[in-house]
Write a protein that binds this ligand. Structure first.
Ligand code: DC
Length: 228
């Protein structure tokens, strides 16, 4: 990891806080790659379900994490997941699979098994925007800029429900459970990195959030060139 020369920006936060949309736009403006690290957990959870592996079976989950039966690809518009040649990017994004992903992500051995592939996303690129729950604390603690993006529970549930055509109250209940699980786990819980800037996107449009983070990014890059 110490050999990494890519510029790194991390965006962490709870479910449906807008991390993917902000990361995608920010990366586009910077001409960098972006990765949703949640796709690794969602992908593994989905593949485990398809292969009949229980979300609590550590040994089998670790085996699957390293198997060639599935893969992740960074595209400009999405972090894509392939399972046996099928593009399952849409399938993994369901709220149900998010709950499964949260479950497998509790297991330290699973997190460890997925970590290297997440870090590899920063190899051979000029810059990377990485979003998830532990990007600033564990995956890329050396990042140039760390953002913690949040919004009220109600706004986040309404956003996700609108995007997926779901019931708002049911979505809120499911997200609440998932946030609680992601924040209280022992291994790499969702937390605000010490050196992060917190953005509450409540009442802000996407363009406004991206503009704010972009200006911090350009400042941080100018600063790092100066101190180099
Ligand atoms: O960001 P997301 O909703 O796609 O993430 C799905 C689940 O994956 C989330 O509930 C917890 C887990 N996750 C994680 O533990 N660490 C990350 N860096 C990203 C996601």
């Amino acid at each position: 990891m110490s050999n990494l020369t890519a510029n790194l920006i991390t965006i962490d936060g709870p479910a449906a806080s807008g991390k993917s949309s902000v990361s995608r736009e920010l990366a586009r403006k910077l001409g960098w790659k972006w990765v949703s690290t949640g796709a690794f957990y969602r992908g593994l959870a989905y593949v485990a379900m398809k292969e009949g592996v229980a979300p609590t079976d550590t040994a089998q989950l670790v085996r699957l994490a390293h198997s060639g039966v599935w893969s992740v690809r960074l595209d400009e518009d999405q972090t894509r997941v392939f399972y046996k040649k099928d593009d399952v990017t849409v399938e993994i994004l369901s709220e149900e699979n998010g709950t499964r992903a949260s479950k497998v992500s509790q297991i330290p051995e699973v997190r460890q098994a997925l970590l290297e592939n997440q870090r590899d996303c920063a190899v051979g690129v000029t810059g990377l925007v990485a979003e998830g729950r532990d990007c600033g604390t564990v995956v890329f603690p050396q990042a140039l800029l760390k953002i913690y993006l949040t919004a009220s529970q109600e706004e986040r549930a309404a956003r996700r429900a609108r995007e997926h055509g779901l019931n708002v109250q049911e979505t809120q209940n499911s997200q609440q459970k998932r946030d609680q699980q992601d924040s209280s786990r022992a291994a790499a819980p969702l937390q605000i990195p010490d050196d992060a800037r917190v953005v509450d996107s409540g009442g802000m449009g996407l363009a406004e959030v991206v503009e704010k983070v972009y200006s911090w990014a350009t400042q941080a890059m100018a600063q790092s060139v100066k101190s180099f």
